[in-house]
Design a protein around this ligand. Structure first.
Ligand code: NAD
Length: 489
């Protein structure tokens, strides 16, 4: 090698880590009923469905499918608890219950992390280090607000809303439940929540925890089922507010179903976030951030940085460094502590991602994947780049919700901003540059609810989160999230 040669990374494909599986024992029952009025009950028409481990397709448990009558029972229990107990309880005592839930969750964090990874497919590093600690942090945060609502909204009299119906998706099952339940309860509302049909287990474990925390019966009701169960909750006439997180398509259907009613609503919907890397950016830091932004949680992240715009002068080096880093990613057993990318959540989701991989190539983008191996036991997908993508490509415009990154270039700041804004979504984004003035300019011009600068996917219970355009309305987290669960007089 001469002195002018750049050293090239050499990857030995036979080299691998020894297996390091998470070994905390967990208790998963064979069958779960519906959590209504403080106890687990059988569904009215006796129907159950399986929830499986997407890493090996094995059945984990049988879960109740709630029909309309079950949803009605849950709403009635929530109404009774609201009228007789929760809305009358001193706010300080509501806070104590929330602190209790937070503490028990923290104590049982490992167990919840393992079940989250088994049921949803996400790498244990994420459920252990992100999902569960953040879920506990949300309960702690909103516990603190319960008896301080008068200070949260100075000059106003905050009043609870009543019964809240909440429906959540499968990408952050326990965290989404915490985002929904904690602020609702802190403000004095009671809840009927439905987790996604592919990831019901941590919500059901949370129901057990809530029972163990001796929360008054009916304050939190957790019913399981698919879209029809969700629709029954959202359209129930005795639900005062609906809070939904999921796809834009379903969000629109829910909005239609509640049009003309007095229900309040918040909608946290889809995304197609852009990351912009400028030529003055710290490139290695940016590459790590891009990897974290799209491959974290298999790309099953509403705010995933699924579009990358790189300033033309640094495009070659950024792409090469991205490919080098992707070559080191480990796709495998979600319960292994070395795994970077776990299992895709379900067969239909894997099929959807594979469909888009085909579409992207047919449209003319160049597909690139690392040479890593992928287990054949379940639903797995290699991290994927689409190079030479263009604005009109469907892989650039549509939400894939998988580990797929479409890359384009830009020359000027204005061009970068215009390309980033060319999307029906507006949930999140990222900007990578050494210049503070550029950060202010770009972040103020990108139409998205959350924009990170020189970092990505950072969350805190005190920060609001939510979208512009087709990414939704309303905010979750922080004071903004609290405001969604009160009426201010
Ligand atoms: P989805 O819309 O298919 O399902 C979400 C939930 O809605 C599930 O519990 C499902 O059973 C239920 N549901 C389905 N049809 C329904 C209906 N007609 N009425 C009421 N409920 C119904 O979404 P998904 O595939 O589970 O989740 C992925 C989507 O969620 C992506 O679009 C992602 O961007 C979005 N998401 C958004 C955020 C955010 O904060 N903006 C966070 C996480 C996920």
């Amino acid at each position: 090698m001469t002195q002018t040669d750049t050293p090239k990374l050499v990857f030995d494909t036979d080299w691998s880590y020894a297996p390091a599986p998470e070994t905390v024992p967990v208790q998963i029952d064979d069958r779960y009923g519906l959590f209504i009025d403080g106890q687990f009950v059988e569904p009215g028409d006796g129907k159950y469905f399986d929830t499986i481990n997407p890493a090996n397709r094995q059945r984990l448990a049988e879960v109740a499918e709630a029909g309309k009558a079950d949803v009605d029972k849950a709403v009635k229990a929530a109404r009774k608890a609201y009228d007789n107990v929760w809305s009358k309880m001193p706010a300080r005592d509501r806070g104590k219950y929330l602190y209790r839930i937070a503490r028990i969750l923290q104590e049982r964090a490992r167990e919840f992390a393992v079940i989250e990874s088994m049921d949803g497919g996400k790498a244990i590093r994420e459920s252990r280090d992100v999902d569960i600690p953040l879920a506990a942090a949300h309960f702690f945060y909103y516990a603190g607000w319960a008896d301080k609502l008068d200070y949260a909204f100075p000059g106003k009299v905050p009043d609870s809303l009543g019964v809240v119906g909440q429906v959540i998706p499968w990408n952050f099952p326990l965290l989404m439940a915490a985002w929904k339940i904690a602020p609702a309860l802190a403000c004095g509302n009671t809840v009927v929540l439905k987790p996604a049909e592919t990831t019901p287990l941590t919500a059901l474990k949370l129901a057990e925890l809530i029972r163990d925390a001796e929360l008054p019966p009916g304050v939190v009701n957790i019913v399981t089922g698919a879209g029809a169960t969700g629709a029954a909750i959202m359209s129930h006439p005795d639900v005062d507010k609906v809070a939904f997180t999921g796809s834009t398509e379903v969000g629109k259907a829910i909005l239609k179903s509640i049009a003309g009613t007095s229900k309040k609503y918040t909608m946290e919907l889809g995304g197609k976030a852009a990351n912009l890397i400028f030529e003055d950016a710290p490139i290695d830091q940016a590459v790590e951030g891009i990897i974290n932004g799209i491959f974290f949680n298999q790309g099953h992240v509403c705010c995933a940085g699924s579009r990358l715009f790189v300033q033309e002068s640094v495009a070659d080096i950024v792409i090469r460094k991205l490919q080098d880093r992707m070559q080191t990613l480990i796709v495998g057993d979600p319960l292994d502590k070395n795994t970077d990318i776990g299992a895709i959540n379900s067969k239909p989701q894997l099929e959807k991602i594979e469909y888009y991989l085909k579409v992207g190539q047919e449209e003319g983008a160049k597909m690139w994947q690392p040479t890593c191996s992928v287990p054949d036991s379940g639903f797995f997908c290699k991290p994927t780049l689409f190079l030479d993508a263009s604005q009109s490509h469907r892989v650039v415009q549509e939400e894939i919700f998988g580990p797929v990154l479409a890359i384009q270039t830009f020359r000027t700041v204005e061009e970068g901003i215009a390309k980033a804004n060319n999307t029906p979504y507006g949930l999140s984004g990222g900007v990578w540059t050494d210049k503070g003035s550029k950060i202010f300019k770009v972040t103020s011009k990108i139409r998205a609810g959350v924009i990170w600068a020189n970092t990505y996917n950072k969350f805190d219970p005190g920060s609001p989160f939510g979208g512009y355009k087709e990414s939704g309305m309303g905010r979750e987290g922080g004071l903004h999230g609290l405001k969604e669960y009160v009426s201010l007089n």
